[in-house]
Structure formats: structure tokens, C-alpha cells
Design a protein around this ligand. Structure first.
Ligand code: 1GP
Length: 229
């Protein structure tokens, strides 16, 4: 089974995907079973990742989660140390909104020795940080600025460049705990020019925000903070 197919099929069948993000650093392992029992029924995927996760914690968490769920687990790593082959897939991120070579290409080079010989499905993903009206962990850790929401054209062009460079997914990120999520205007403008599925996350809490993002053209929505204890 191919994880990426779940994205392309969702697009062609007009289905919507929902990923719940678990940050290993903020998650109490003892709550795994009950957390998974209480997931929203619409949940299709689990994302695991965070900005600053101690070595080994991600692998430990995923092994635990797999005892209780068959949902596909995708790594959404803040850095190369979080890559573990026990996951089902890896969002191979390049931070296209930033101009820090460490997160554009260096971390990716470092990942190769970890991926060599593994069957982990790697999905090239253009990652675009957009201003969510608070200082995001992504911005702090990567020393990059988010793109401003009112420069829609710059965001569209960045996303399109990512697609032309080979990204199979584009992730529009307002940052975990964002005060405002990525606007519907941005999502639909990007959607209009792109052929690859769109992931949207950061600051999404309400049903209305979820529906707006789907209606604007998101194939997958990611929610983290709303489900953290
Ligand atoms: C962050 O997009 C995710 O990387 C989810 O953000 O925690 O605000 O839901 P929240």
C-alpha cells in the first residue's frame, strides 16, 4: 500500500483528509490508548513530530501508538534526528518560505544515511511557513521569517516553485498554536495554480475553520494543539 495514493485518491474522489499531530515532547505515553480512542472520527492519518524532540522519543512513541491503531503514521520531523523507519511514511520537508540552507537542503542530505535501505515511504513536501500572528516554534528553531498573509502572490509562486522542483505535496503552515490560520484566500489561490495535494495546518480549532479550509481547496487539514491536553 502506498501512502501517497491516499492523497491523490482523496483529490480525485473529493474526499477530505484529517491528520492529528502528536508532538512526542508534549505527549504522555501513558495516555496513548485513550488518546487514540478519543480521536475525531474523521481522522485519517496521524502525524508525529515537533520542533525539539529528544533523540529516540519519536521511535518509542510510534511503537506505542502502533499497539493501538492501524492508522497510517507519517513523520513530520522538525529535524533529521526524528526520522525513524518504524513509521509508515515521511514528509520529506524543505522549508521553502525560508532562506536558511540548513532547512532547505542540509537536513535532507543528513537524512540520506538514515533512509538508505529502509522501506519508509518518502514524500517530497514543500513546506511554507505563513504568518499566524504569533512567533512560531518553526520560525524560532529555523531562524527564518514566515511569509506575510497579504502577499498572496508570493505564497502562490513559492508553492508553485516547490511543485516544479518536484514536491508531491505542499504544506501551508501557520505554525502550531497560530492565532489565525492560513486564510481561505491563500488556500484557494494556491490551489488554483497547483496540481499536487495541499496540506493546511496551524491554528485550526473550530468546525468552521476546518470547513473553510476544505472548501478553499485543502485536501488535508492538520490539527495538533486542539487535541493536546
Ligand atoms: C503545526 O500544522 C500543525 O505544525 C498544527 O498546528 O497545533 O495549531 O493545530 P496546531
Amino acid at each position: 500500500t502506498n501512502l501517497y495514493t491516499s492523497f491523490t485518491e482523496a483529490v480525485s474522489q473529493k474526499k477530505k483528509l484529517l491528520a492529528i499531530l502528536i508532538d512526542p515532547e508534549k505527549f504522555d505515553l501513558e495516555n496513548s490508548a485513550s488518546f487514540l480512542r478519543n480521536l475525531p472520527v474523521a481522522t485519517t492519518h496521524l502525524f508525529v513530530g515537533g520542533s525539539t524532540v529528544p533523540e529516540g522519543m519519536t521511535e518509542h512513541l510510534i511503537k506505542e501508538l502502533k499497539l493501538y491503531t492501524a492508522k497510517p503514521i507519517l513523520l513530520f520531523p522538525g529535524d533529521v534526528s526524528q526520522i525513524t523507519v518504524v513509521a509508515n511514511g515521511l514528509l520529506f520537508l524543505s522549508l521553502l518560505s525560508g532562506r536558511n540552507p540548513e532547512y532547505l537542503i542540509e537536513q535532507q542530505i543528513k537524512a540520506v544515511s538514515k533512509l538508505r535501505g529502509s522501506a519508509l515511504e518518502v514524500i517530497p513536501t514543500g513546506y511554507i511557513l505563513i504568518d499566524g500572528q504569533n512567533v512560531s516554534a518553526v520560525s524560532q528553531v529555523t531562524h527564518t521569517n514566515p511569509m506575510v498573509q497579504n502577499n498572496v502572490q508570493a505564497i502562490v509562486d513559492t508553492a508553485k516553485a516547490g511543485e516544479l522542483m518536484g514536491a508531491k505535496l505542499i504544506y501551508l503552515e501557520a505554525g502550531s498554536g497560530a492565532k489565525i490560520p492560513v486564510s481561505a484566500e491563500i488556500i484557494s489561490a494556491v490551489k488554483k495554480e497547483l496540481n499536487v495535494p495541499l496540506i493546511v495546518g496551524g491554528g485550526i480549532k473550530t468546525e468552521e475553520q476546518i470547513n473553510n479550509a476544505y472548501k478553499a481547496g485543502a485536501t488535508m487539514i492538520v490539527m495538533g494543539t486542539a487535541f493536546e491536553k
